[in-house]
Design a protein around this ligand. Structure first.
Ligand code: GLY
Length: 418
């Protein structure tokens, strides 16, 4: 009996992994399309102080400085292209674009340093074993932890600012996106032996569970805190349809965030929380057939609060957000390796999403000659990057592609997905 209890789950896991071996989503032709677009980016953007982010209305390259939250994704994409093709030229470029972010490690101006440094240096360490990157990750964690408050028990995302209505003040705003910065903190604990970074990450995740999430496992975008009492002052949106709606990329960040918390802690409450979020996302009646969500799960829903943050007549067609789909796909591949009962379903769903994204609808464009995926949304309420390619959509798409390939070639007892 004892042996059955041990062997049965292993047998189920092995069977589900075997049955998930499939053809790669990207054909050689598609890989060549992707590499030609990134070659064009490199030829167009050789200034290492300007980081490719999206395209303008005319299809021209739009870049940012290194303090923008998206600055690390371009280097990350170059690391992923090196992994995808094995061609050293991508690695050489990746090193240059990663190291161009060196001074970000000392910055504590907002929470995004986790995105910026983990996607660049984190991948450089993982892919090329650049050991000296460890101390940059630890220093970045030190900078990020300056934003931790022992009363609110979480990391502040943005400094003081006013909300949409230009009246409500946010004193300690925390956005769901912040869950993504925890990966860097967990790594910093591993590299330095200092438990404080990982403990702050766990506490942030627990506070977010309590205050950002609704009973149906959808989440608010922004929660504002009183820094003295730690009480919640406001729950709202910034990039979503309404305060009470479910902004799609925010839901995706939350899913990915709790999966990574489980990766580092093996605390079952994070696993079941991630599974509950996945349940909300995948069973939502508003999810389109191709599993690429609209930019907000509730946009256009009849009877939903009309307190919307944008004028629907500006955007008569309800747009998708390919970036949210790519993040969800990548997270589901990893979640699929942890969940004994739903693993196969998550991996199959992640693959379906990838196939949709790799289809001509999202990958072929008459406007964009630079990036991989079209039809993402930066922020509709800000009228910014509406129905555009985005460097971070490409990042999570490539990550998901590589995760699917690693799962396909699984032949051992551990699955090195990250
Ligand atoms: N982290 C900002 C965004 O998802 O738009």
């Amino acid at each position: 009996m004892k042996y059955i209890r041990i062997l049965l789950p292993l047998a189920i896991l092995a069977a589900s992994l075997t049955s998930c071996r499939k053809e790669p989503v990207l054909t050689a032709e598609k890989i060549s399309l992707i590499t030609s677009r990134y070659e064009l980016i490199l030829n167009t953007s050789s200034d290492l102080s300007r980081f490719p982010r999206t395209i303008s209305k005319n299809g021209d390259m739009v870049t940012t400085n290194k303090w923008d939250w998206t600055s690390g994704f371009f280097a990350g994409n170059l690391w992923y292209l090196f992994e995808l093709t094995g061609n050293e030229k991508w690695k050489n470029e990746a090193v240059k674009w990663t190291e161009a972010l060196d001074s970000v490690q000392y910055w504590s101006g907002n929470h995004d340093v986790g995105f910026m440094i983990n996607c660049s240096y984190g991948n450089g360490l993982r892919v090329a074993g650049n050991e000296e990157y460890k101390k940059i990750i630890v220093q970045t964690a030190e900078s990020l932890c300056k934003r931790y408050n022992t009363n609110t028990k979480c990391l502040e995302s943005w400094d003081y600012r006013r909300a949409w209505n230009d009246t409500t003040e946010w004193f300690f705003p925390v956005i769901i996106d912040n869950m993504m910065n925890l990966e860097l903190l967990f790594k910093a604990t591993t590299f330095s032996g200092n438990n404080r970074y990982g403990e702050i990450a766990v506490q942030h995740a627990l506070t977010t569970m309590k205050n950002h999430y609704r009973p149906d496992y959808s989440c608010y975008h922004v929660v504002d805190y009183d820094t003295i009492t730690g009480n919640v002052l406001d729950k709202a949106t910034c990039q979503g349809f309404t305060d009470e709606s479910s902004w799609s990329r925010g839901q995706a960040w939350g899913l990915y965030g709790y999966v990574l918390c489980y990766r580092y802690t093996k605390d079952p409450q994070f696993l079941s929380f991630a599974e509950n979020i996945a349940g909300f996302l995948l069973n939502h009646p508003g999810l389109p057939e191709d599993l690429v969500p609209y930019w907000d799960y509730n946009v256009g829903e009849k009877g939903f609060s009309p307190e919307w943050k944008y004028d629907p007549s500006d955007y008569p067609v309800i747009l998708r957000d390919a970036s949210a789909a790519a993040i969800i796909s990548s997270a589901l591949f990893e979640l699929g390796t942890y969940s004994l009962s739903n693993g196969r379903k998550y991996r199959a769903t992640a693959t379906r999403i990838l196939k949709s994204l790799a289809s001509p609808v999202y990958m072929e464009s008459t406007v964009d000659k630079y990036f991989i995926l079209n039809h993402s949304v930066g922020s509709i309420p800000h009228k910014a990057e509406v129905d555009k390619p985005l460097v971070y959509a490409d990042y999570y798409f490539l990550e998901a592609v590589l995760r699917q390939e690693r799962l396909n070639s699984y032949a051992g007892y551990t699955i090195p997905l990250y």
